[in-house]
Write a protein that binds this ligand. Structure first.
Ligand code: HEM
Length: 100
């Protein structure tokens, strides 16, 4: 008996099995963190993810890194973005007031 496979179906299956798992799926399940320090780490992550989504080319980001790393204005801008995210994370965590 011949197994009937619709034309193109097998190559579709191969394509699907070769697809990489998207690391950006469910990357932000919660804004809740245990400590303010972890909240700050999350704020930095939020800022960096925006850069990564905006410029997906890692080589391009690598090229730009030395520039901003030596630019005080850019570093202040980075701090501002992180501060904005941290404000959001802090609210989401009730300012961690349940901690003693
Ligand atoms: C608000 C924006 C940003 C924040 C908060 C941020 C934060 C950081 C931090 C904390 C590091 C050090 C990581 C470590 O040494 O472990 C880093 C590294 C780096 N950043 Fe940024 N960055 C920002 C924007 C950018 C931009 C605009 C670019 C280039 C387009 C960039 C490219 C890189 C690269 C290539 C590295 C080194 C490799 C790595 O650790 O991933 N970043 N960034």
């Amino acid at each position: 008996m011949t197994l009937m496979v619709p034309r193109g179906a097998s190559s579709l299956l191969i394509k699907q099995s070769k697809q990489k798992v998207n690391p950006m799926v469910n990357w932000l399940p919660t804004l809740k963190t245990t400590t303010p320090e972890e909240g700050y780490d999350l704020a930095v992550k939020l800022a960096r993810v925006a850069v990564k989504l905006t410029q997906p080319d890692a080589d391009a980001r690598d090229r730009l890194r030395p520039e901003y790393a030596e630019d005080s204005g850019a570093l202040i801008a980075v701090s501002q973005v992180v501060a904005t995210h941290f404000a959001t994370v802090a609210v989401a965590n009730g300012y961690w007031q349940d901690r003693t």
